[in-house]
Design a protein around this ligand. Sequence first.
Ligand code: FPP
Ligand code: MG
Length: 264
Amino acid sequence: MLNYSGESRVNIAASVEFIHNATLLHDDVLDESKARHGVATANKIWGNKSSILVGDLLLTLAFRWLIECGNLSVLSILSKASNLLVKGEIKQMTTRFDPNTIRKNYFNIIGEKTASLFSACSEAASVVSGATSDETERLRNFGFNFGMAFQIIDDVLDYTANQGTLGKQLGKDFFEGKVTLPSIIAYEKGSPSEQKFWEKSFSSARHNFDQALQYINHHNAIHVSMEEAKHYINMAQSNIDTFSDSLYKTALIDFLNASIERQG
Ligand code: FPP
Ligand code: MG
């Protein structure tokens, strides 16, 4: 979309892909996940030690390729994003349930653990292409808004998807006590006894998924979460409005729309 065809685009794309895969190898260890994209996770097949080490290997390769680009700004953008990703995961792991900060914490965590990498991809592409600072800001925001929508939809699918199309364990966030948007909405709209149910679910091993789904459906929490995701998608689309029409811009808009439709 930015008319750049230098070799660095291959390095950057491959680096981002490897950073992303490193985070997922580590994430599946942290979450003790057994399936991803319909196949057994690396930790399930080869164990935690191998998954951590191979994740580290991918990360080191990603940074070697970025250094080959000889562009300090690009290196800075992707190293900052990697730092934020880890911070987001640490916050997710250590933040205790608090009704007063539940929403703020959720958006902050998904901003760091997911939207930061989407944002860095777009920003790095913009910088390496020699775009203006205004274009770079628009693209950074495009990536951020897209990433926020992507994670909200991911969190919705954890409650709604069909096990086969999701390709990972359904209800995993709930069983892990992970606080995500559908449960936050059901909590906020819930009666005092429903709120007690959620508080117990987030802090103990008492997990009744059917009951959780019933509260979520009763308060229309899936629809409200998807509206929030669509709000971010609309902002992302408006971030790229000013770029000239091209095959590539259309592809980006298609990505945005496909992320709303995806079932897994
Ligand atoms: C998936 O979230 C995980 C992430 C978006 C980020 C994970 C980041 C780390 C584990 C830090 C390690 C970082 C580096 C740079 C190696 P999810 O668990 O909500 O989604 P899922 O359902 O697909 O697992
Ligand atoms: Mg996970």
